[in-house]
Design a protein around this ligand. Structure first.
Ligand SMILES: Cc1cc2nc3c(=O)[nH]c(=O)nc-3n(C[C@H](O)[C@H](O)[C@H](O)COP(=O)(O)OP(=O)(O)OC[C@H]3O[C@@H](n4cnc5c(N)ncnc54)[C@H](O)[C@@H]3O)c2cc1C
Length: 405
């Protein structure tokens, strides 16, 4: 039987970051991935490393710690992850949104974020392609972007350099627990004896949880994205709209229109090749990863009302990904009570790319038994915070039955 100090299940950005941080500390690590690296949500998402889209408090603190790690990772990796610290904006369309964003920005500043409100003229100076009808925007110079697939591959390659072994097209079928402790992982290619299992399976984390009798409240929240032909520079940094923030944190405030039901809010960025990535939606549609004509039309209508030039740019493709959504929008990190050695690193919703460096670091410190190197109360991210939650009710509200794989 093979053996490894740690088996990381899932070769997405979170699993690969965890594996890299652990291998660097000297642990023997195996990543077990049933498809390929970045074949899940980490290969079907945007590229924003946004601080502004995080809730002031613990969420934002995690992101602030994470963003500090990107420049050194960029230097250390063999792969160019295209990390750029080029600032981000949240466009405001109405006076009501302006009031909401003013309060949001104030709370973010109190958590240590450098962010300001720009009036219409200043916002348009930075983003001339935007409609003259906008009310203004926020601007945060600390926001950045990264290529999510290159980032995942770079973590994986760096983990391998530190000795990690990668098992692709290998599915985890079960986990053996003896006397309340993890003993081994059963895969489609054989058994691996181990002391620690890290469940980094994103939206599939609940399936792995069930293998050890643990109920993990994560459900898929679909996002659809449109990709255009390459065009000369049109958008500077990543741009969201105030409705995007509302769709993320308070969808109940959006009303009952079709756009509201689909959770339509602008996310817009331009890749190094010039393609525009136009998003997006926030939908509870089970594990269905198909795009829909209805949602793509709604995304385009909203985006073109904010950036009229989009009407003359051709679309080349679209895709959808599944955000791993938890009841409080925060990831679940840490060892689970009652199953020694079973660690969860999942549930990052729309923030997993940005939060991947700090997640890997935190999980490696937990497994190594080190004191946390960041001033964040990790216990607030444990699975135990959901004790007493009606998880069936949570899934039913979001209509998540009938699709599970
Ligand atoms: C439309 C959209 C836009 C987004 N934009 C951004 C953004 O701009 N910035 C940002 O920070 N985040 C963004 N996100 C969120 C981010 O993409 C996710 O939080 C992140 O990718 C989750 O990574 P993960 O490693 O947890 O999951 P995944 O990437 O899904 O990896 C989990 C892996 O587990 C594997 N797996 C599952 N079951 C098994 C099994 N039994 N055995 C072996 N392997 C298994 C799967 O095959 C998969 O590869 C976006 C998400 C979406 C959908």
């Amino acid at each position: 039987m093979r053996s490894s100090d740690v088996v990381v299940i899932g070769g997405g950005v979170i699993g690969c970051s965890v594996a890299y941080h652990l291998a660097k500390k000297g642990f023997t690590v195996a990543i077990v991935e049933r498809e390929d690296i970045a074949s899940g949500t980490s290969g079907a998402c945007d590229k924003a490393v946004l601080l502004q889209s995080k809730n002031p408090g613990l969420h934002l603190k995690l992101a602030l710690e994470s963003i500090k790690l990107f420049p050194d990772l960029q230097k250390e990796f063999d792969i160019n992850i295209q990390y750029k610290n080029n600032g981000g904006m949240i466009v405001v369309q109405t006076p009501q949104q302006w009031e909401v964003m003013r309060e949001f920005v104030l709370r973010q500043k109190n958590t240590g974020l450098e962010v300001e409100l720009l009036d219409r003229e200043k916002a348009l100076e930075r983003q001339p392609a935007f409609s003259k009808d906008i009310a203004g925007s926020t601007c945060c110079p600390m926001d950045g972007e990264v290529n999510p697939i290159y980032l995942t591959l770079a973590f994986k390659r760096a983990a391998e350099k530190h000795g990690a072994r990668i098992f692709l097209h290998t599915e985890v079928k079960g986990i053996k627990v003896e006397n309340g402790e993890v003993h081994s992982v059963i895969t489609s290619e054989g058994e691996i004896k181990t002391q620690f299992v890290v469940n980094a399976c994103g939206v599939y984390a609940p399936h792995i949880g069930r293998m050890v009798g643990v109920d993990i409240p994560i459900i898929p929240r679909k996002g659809q994205i449109i990709v255009t032909e390459p065009v000369p520079p049109l958008i500077h940094g990543d741009v969201n709209c105030a409705r995007y923030i509302t769709a993320k944190f308070r969808p109940d405030l959006l009303g009952n229109s079709e756009d509201a039901r689909l959770g339509v809010g602008l996310s817009l960025g331009q890749t190094e090749n010039g393609n525009l990535l136009i998003g997006g939606t926030r939908e509870f549609a089970g594990y269905d990863r198909r795009t829909t004509h209805r949602a793509l039309r709604a995304i385009l209508k909203h985006a073109a009302s904010l950036v009229p030039a989009l009407k003359d740019i051709s679309i080349i493709r679209s895709f959808a990904g599944l955000r791993p959504y938890t009841p409080d929008g925060l990831p679940i990190l840490g060892e689970v009570e009652g199953v020694k050695g079973f660690v969860i690193a999942a549930g990052h919703e729309g923030d997993g790319i940005a939060l991947s460096p700090i997640t890997g670091k935190i999980i490696s410190e937990i497994i190594a038994g080190n004191l946390p190197s960041v001033d964040i109360d990790i216990s607030k991210l444990s699975l135990e915070r959901f004790k007493g939650l009606d998880t069936n009710g949570f899934r039913q509200i979001h209509n998540c039955y009938g699709f599970a794989v």
